[in-house]
Write a protein that binds this ligand. Structure first.
Ligand code: DGY
Length: 323
């Protein structure tokens, strides 16, 4: 039956409450199988739609954007990061793009703390000993790790998530160092030490935690040269984007003993991660779980729909991003 509701292509299965709200306000073509659409499938299913609701698993690059039907007027992403969308190419076609900031800050900061603790305390090796039944007994010198209390946490990118990580890490007795485009008075009032360059931050970090967006400037910022600036025995954590880190350099710094441990939630080419990561016992690894709580995923979905509601009501969407 014809409907006057805006027609929306939703590329992935969304939490039930989000899909329920979606069904009330949109004529939505949803994806109950949850399989990632190929570029051809996405373009074909976008035919006759007014909007796309996409996720970081969709590659909405310039080549795809030029193929979108003229009916597409807005793209809402179910994510805070939008490096999977070529915003400039969308702008060029007059298609605004929105994201979902704020609502996943706490969940992602929690995962960063989990990785900091897990990497520092040798959780991956400990879990493997239980799983493989190789744990012999309690031993005074068995599986020794290191405290995080008193260690310097270097936060690369002091946005919302970086600040939320700093807040948590202070409670564990870490001292906070950061590098950010802008100096932040509020962070410094809480005792955080600013470093004017990323290099200076690396040199001052026992634990380096990556929280910047993936941009042409930050891609491969964590590389062989910058890793060598970290003190021997440092730990590297990444909950931002995989392509900020050079896998080759990270794995070789870990295997060579320059790094004590790593904790990763994000990877280049997800889900096809460099297979060597699976073999490293001092790598505490998660499959991009930063925002993966039901509460947070509901909030992300509602925020994405708020943006679409704004657009279709003729208002500027609150989370429109700039290319
Ligand atoms: C985002 O929203 O960008 C996150 O990476 C999803 O967890």
């Amino acid at each position: 039956m014809p409907t006057s509701l805006p027609r929306l292509l939703v590329t992935r299965k969304l939490p039930a409450d989000v899909e329920a709200r979606l069904a009330r306000s949109y004529d939505a073509d949803t994806n109950p199988t949850d399989a990632v659409l190929t570029a051809d499938e996405l373009v074909a299913r976008a035919e006759g739609k007014d909007a796309l609701l996409v996720t970081p698993a969709d590659r909405v690059n310039a080549a795809l954007i030029v193929r979108l039907p003229a009916s597409i007027r807005v793209i809402a992403s179910f994510s805070v990061g939008y490096d999977h969308i070529d915003v400039k190419a969308a702008d060029a076609r007059g298609i605004p793009v929105t994201n979902t900031p704020d609502v996943l800050t706490d969940a992602t900061a929690d995962i960063a703390l989990l990785l900091i603790l897990g990497a520092a305390r040798g959780a991956a090796a400990g879990m493997a000993a239980i799983r493989d039944n190789t744990w012999k007994n309690w031993a005074p010198t068995g599986m020794l790790s290191t405290d995080i209390k008193g260690k310097r946490l270097g936060i690369l990118g002091m946005g919302r998530i970086g600040q939320a990580v700093a807040h948590r890490a202070r409670a564990f007795g870490m001292t906070i160092h950061y590098h950010n485009r802008k100096r932040l008075d509020a962070a410094e009032e809480q005792g955080a030490h600013f470093h004017a360059t990323a290099d200076e931050l690396f040199a001052a970090s026992d634990v380096l935690s990556v929280h910047c967006a993936s941009t042409p400037e930050t891609r491969l910022l964590v590389n062989a040269r910058t890793l060598a600036l970290l003190p021997r025995g440092a730990i590297v954590i990444n909950t931002a984007r995989g392509d900020i880190v050079d896998d080759e350099a990270l794995i070789s710094a870990l295997q060579g003993g320059h790094l004590r441990a790593i904790g990763l939630d994000v990877y280049a080419n997800e889900p096809n991660i460099d297979p060597r990561y699976r073999t490293l016992e001092n790598a505490f690894l998660l499959p991009h779980l930063g925002s993966a709580t039901l509460e947070t995923r509901n909030a992300m979905g509602f925020r994405a729909l708020d943006n679409l509601d704004d657009f279709f009501a003729g208002r500027e969407p609150r989370d429109r991003v700039k290319g």
